[in-house]
Design a protein around this ligand. Structure first.
Ligand code: KIV
Ligand code: ZN
Length: 519
């Protein structure tokens, strides 16, 4: 049976990246965009070009490289924002400018100090201005779910007349509930006379834990685009999780009656990539992509499951790309075997990158007997996302001692850009604290470790630990990552990674960027 198509608009790189602590660099954003394209996402919202030079460059690079998905750039209803988005999207195969303007009473009065007719004029002017650069314009009346419905319909009708091809209904503050939100979409369909000329989209936040339910209620009521993020990351409690929406539509196909283009087997690899690059670990019991999502623990469930899978399983784990982690390579594997595995994992490395990954592979294979796909992926990521240009200090070695009842002590050796070696020793509350203190005494920075997490990459006592730290200094927060079989050493790498980012960020930005506090 052929079903109506639902457009999947992914905003992991814009709304997702906007959440506190999730700051991705250009290489990382590009890698996520490539994965989203492999997933067959219809629209990738790559960023907010006016917001910062970094955002502008990443939208530009993504637009230049990615094919097969539309690339969207966000803009306020201001000419300078729209121009910046248009410039960043110049090389896109199918560009989309996404313009937003608040419409709710509270936003109109307190945020914008504008009356209803001024809002309509700003919105339509912006859409018409956007049309000069790009045919595909999406308009979002921000805080739509708290906007008076007759005024919301008026705005929607006006922007469609002005040329908007998609009207997105955001539940900006996550206030809606499913029945009411579905009804809002039905009302828009019945009361906006030109609604057949645009696609209705929804964009739900998860403040009350209902983002996915609200999005699905909207689909049932006729919305044909859903905005969502991988793992549900996003502002505050996040956005609707793409994997949940897509799998709900697939599993309950007859109920919803719509189809997506998503290659669901790419869901798990994509979830892992986003989690690893943003440092936001996925909770174990998270629907679809959590570690426990397909684990059957209770005896009664296991018994039923072993007799017939569908007694306790409504989805096939293979459909989301969840395979038993394969043992892939070992100590005696050669360069060709590694190169073939890297290709199978979907990566292409230059000869010099491959040489370095092979060297790291040999070191790792000496440290741990069995190497799994995740281990190879971490070596590739280390190579692909290393930020040589931002390295001020390199961690050469760590010596660390601790014993029950004694104060831990660590010595570190760092090399600076000029190749000078610095050594320092410090005590701390624990081994990680003493390493951080020793590093601080060399760099002279005063830092606060506000978060520290370790996740094992694979199974077994010799599994590599992925350490993520969040460090604050002078009101700037950065994320640092380190991976290794020795988690204490990996903690040192994660901390020095954060320190290098802090030192790099301290340099003034060469390009101008806008202060995003306006409309
Ligand atoms: O949540 C929101 O309202 C948004 C808009 C920019 C669509 O992110
Ligand atoms: Zn949002």
């Amino acid at each position: 049976m052929s079903l109506e198509r639902l457009v999947i608009f992914d905003t992991t790189l814009r709304d997702g990246e906007q959440c506190p602590g999730a700051s991705l660099n250009l290489k990382e954003k590009l890698e996520i965009a490539r994965k989203l394209a492999t997933l067959n996402v219809d629209v990738i919202e790559a960023g907010f070009p006016i917001a910062s030079p970094g955002d502008f460059d990443s939208v530009k690079e993504i637009a230049r490289e990615i094919r097969g998905s539309s690339i969207a750039g966000l803009a306020r209803a201001l000419e300078k924002d729209i121009e910046a988005a248009a410039r960043a999207l110049e090389k896109a195969e199918s560009p989309r400018i996404h313009i937003f303007l608040s419409t709710s009473k509270t936003h109109r009065e307190h945020k914008l100090q504008k009356n209803k007719s001024e809002i309509i004029k700003m919105a339509t002017d912006a859409v018409q201005f956007g049309k000069k650069f790009c045919d595909d314009i999406e308009f979002s009346p921000e805080d739509a779910s708290r906007t008076e419905q007759d005024f919301l319909c008026e705005v929607i009708e006006a922007v469609i007349d002005a040329g908007a091809k998609t009207v997105n209904i955001p539940d900006t503050v996550g206030y809606a509930v499913p029945d009411e939100f579905g009804e809002l979409i039905s009302n828009i369909k019945s009361n906006v006379s030109n609604i057949d000329k645009a696609v209705i989209s929804v964009h739900c936040h998860n403040d009350l834990g209902m983002a996915v339910a609200n999005s699905l209620a909207a689909v049932k009521a006729g919305a044909r685009q859903v905005e969502c993020t991988i793992n549900g990351i996003g502002e505050r409690a996040g956005n609707a999780a793409m994997e949940e929406i897509v799998m709900a539509l697939k599993t309950r196909r007859n109920f919803f009656g719509v189809d997506t283009r998503i290659d669901t087997q790419q869901i798990m690899p994509c979830s892992k990539l986003v989690s690893s690059l943003t440092g936001f670990f996925v909770q174990r019991n998270k629907a679809i992509v959590g570690k426990n999502a397909f684990a059957h623990e209770s005896g009664v469930h296991q018994d039923g499951f072993l007799k017939k899978k569908d007694t306790y399983e409504i989805m096939n784990p293979k459909d989301i790309g969840l395979e038993e982690s394969e043992l892939v390579l070992g100590k005696h594997s050669g360069r060709n075997a590694l190169s073939k595995k890297i290709e199978d994992l979907g990566y292409t490395l230059t000869d010099s990158e491959l040489k370095e990954v092979f060297e790291d592979f040999k070191i790792l294979a000496d440290e741990k007997k069995d190497l799994f796909e995740e281990d190879i992926l971490s070596l590739i990521q280390k190579q692909k996302f290393s930020e040589e240009d931002l390295i001020t200090y390199k961690l050469e070695s760590i010596k660390c001692s601790f014993e029950s009842g004694k104060i831990p002590k660590a010595s570190v050796v760092l090399t600076n850009r000029d190749g000078e070696k610095n050594e320092a020793t410090a005590n701390g509350d624990g081994p990680v604290d003493s390493i951080c203190n020793a590093i601080d005494s060399i760099t002279g920075l005063s830092c606060k470790l506000i978060d520290y997490q370790v996740m094992s990459k694979t199974k077994g006592r010799d599994a590599q630990g992925e350490v993520t730290v969040r460090v604050v200094s002078d009101n700037r927060e950065v994320l640092g990552k380190g991976v290794g079989v020795n988690t204490i050493e990996a903690s040192g790498f994660a901390y020095i990674n954060a320190i290098n980012k802090l030192l790099f960020k301290a340099k003034p930005d060469s390009l101008e960027c806008d202060d995003i506090t306006g409309p």
